[in-house]
Write a protein that binds this ligand. Structure first.
Ligand SMILES: *Cc1c(COP(=O)(O)O)cnc(C)c1O
Length: 232
């Protein structure tokens, strides 16, 4: 029996994001708090939504499919963002349930997603995932290749490029982590300057470092453990 109070934890993180925005001279409503409910069971995921979460992040398409029946019957279903890898055999399932794929990091994935959307007569919001830290275990396009990929995604029929996403360096050193986030912001500015005017989002920052991400311009922070409790 868990004693973790999701509603209280969510309220604390809403306050935390607002404080981070204020400290950065930004309005609180410039930053969306997306709750990472990956590996959280359906009951606790519903509890998170009942507490006010409007955007959920999930790492696995299978888990999104499993939770969809419970979420999609709600009066106000949350948006679900995919923040993990997308295999081509899972594209149809993802498209049925996902409002945004945050992890587009290759031209082949973009082409496959776009083609499927065109066939279905729809568009899909996507972010290009960039590996700003260069750590080999992290996925994402390299910063050097990010501009080209983003402009290609922006030109892909069926896709709507909304911005860039990264997983920050796992480091306690503020300057190191913020340098990566600043790099993502500079890339985003370049993508917009080169014509992808809708690509303004910056998805960066998690439980451990969201203040640094908000200070560098995050428009979406993805917070898991600080809201749903430690993953078991
Ligand atoms: C799990 C996860 C998060 C949330 O991490 P926490 O440290 O639990 O806040 C954010 N982004 C991605 C891509 C994740 O996989």
């Amino acid at each position: 029996m868990s004693t973790w109070d999701i509603a209280a934890a969510l309220a604390r993180q809403v306050d935390r994001v607002a404080a981070a925005a204020e400290a950065a001279g930004r309005a609180a409503d410039e930053v969306t708090l997306a709750v990472a409910t990956k590996s959280v069971d359906v009951a606790r995921t519903l509890e998170t939504v009942a507490a006010g979460a409007r955007v959920l992040c999930e790492s696995r398409v299978q888990e999104i499919v499993a939770k969809a029946p419970a979420l999609e019957v709600l009066d106000a279903p949350p948006q679900v963002h995919l923040i993990g890898p997308l295999q081509s055999n899972k594209i149809n399932a993802a498209l049925r349930h996902v409002a945004c794929v945050e992890t587009v990091h290759t031209t082949s994935l973009a082409a496959a997603l776009g083609a499927r959307c065109v066939r279905d007569g729809r568009t899909l919001d996507v972010l290009v995932q960039v590996n700003v830290s260069g750590e080999p275990q992290k996925s994402g396009v390299s910063p050097d290749e990010a501009l080209d990929l983003a402009l290609e995604v922006a030109a892909t029929d069926g896709l709507r490029l909304r911005g860039l996403m990264t997983i920050g360096r796992n480091s306690p050193v503020e300057a190191e982590v913020r340098a990566g986030y600043a790099r993502l912001r500079a890339l985003r500015d370049e993508v917009v300057a080169q014509g992808a005017q809708g690509a303004t989002e910056l998805s960066m920052g998690m439980s451990g470092d969201l203040e640094w991400a908000v200070a560098e311009g995050a428009t979406i922070v993805r917070v898991g453990t600080a809201i749903v409790g430690p993953r078991g």
